[in-house]
Write a protein that binds this ligand. Structure first.
Ligand SMILES: [Zn+2]
Ligand SMILES: [Zn+2]
Length: 243
């Protein structure tokens, strides 16, 4: 889609999305408090200090990589009519290419609601099944999962800030210091055909993923080996449609 084409009409969000997100926020907050208490309690029990700092960094980097993989899948596979995932999860990614500034008008709850929904099914088993207070390895694993999912939660907020003309000063400082996704980095994804710089937490994996042609190889393998896949890619389809 180039700049002169009008944005196509998009389906409205499914009716279940807002109520589900409201429930998701309550569950997410409860699970973060539950896990946060276990993680803090375990610090004294197991004497983990620098390990948690290392896991904080690891969790943040893992969330960035995850953001790239999920974004790549949502941009290139399925459609807005795919059952369940289409209207609620694929649609916002596709719509974002034709209306990149739409995200700026989304309030905090709307912008981050989907990330809450994907975080709850990961946090819940970690909160209830891991013996975080009793075992040292479970304390480390639980801490990693908590840090990673907090970063996943913040990802679309960072993404939204990368689209704002003048975000708050502290955000500009974080962007300039390379701690969160910057506007100049993310702008690369918004140049046609939208097949580079998929990571939207920080973007640190993008050069590595592109040098190794990771997503090209993954897409080719998926289209070749997974049943029912369209052999023509989204990028090929868009390029032939625009001559
Ligand atoms: Zn995209
Ligand atoms: Zn964007």
């Amino acid at each position: 889609m180039n700049a002169t084409n009008p944005a196509p009409a998009h389906a409205s969000p499914p009716a279940w999305q807002r109520p589900a997100q409201a429930v998701g926020y309550v569950l997410f907050l409860a699970l973060v408090i539950l896990m946060g208490r276990d993680v803090v309690a375990g610090i004294g029990t197991f004497g983990h200090g620098w390990q948690l700092l290392a896991l904080l960094v690891a969790g943040y980097l893992a969330a960035d990589l995850l953001s790239g993989v999920v974004h790549f899948l949502a941009d290139n596979f399925g459609s807005e009519t795919t059952p369940f995932f289409g209207p609620g999860f694929i649609r916002p990614f596709r719509e974002h290419h034709t209306n990149p500034l739409g995200i700026v008008s989304h309030g905090f709850w709307e912008a981050n609601g989907n990330n809450v929904l994907v975080s709850v099914p990961v946090l819940a088993p970690a909160a209830f099944l891991l013996p975080t207070r009793e075992s040292a390895w479970a304390h480390l694993l639980g801490s990693f999962v908590l840090f990673m999912m907090l970063a996943v939660f913040l990802t679309n907020q960072f993404h939204k800030w990368a689209h704002m003309e003048s975000p708050p000063r502290v955000v500009r400082m974080l962007q300039a210091s390379g701690l969160i996704l910057s506007k100049s980095h993310h702008d690369v994804h918004h140049t046609s055909p939208h097949n580079a710089h998929y990571c939207i937490t920080l973007g640190i994996w993008d050069p590595i993923l592109e040098r190794t042609r990771f997503f090209d190889r993954l897409e080719r393998a998926m289209r070749r080996w997974l049943p029912g896949m369209d052999p023509v890619s989204r990028v090929e389809r868009e390029q032939s449609a625009h001559g």
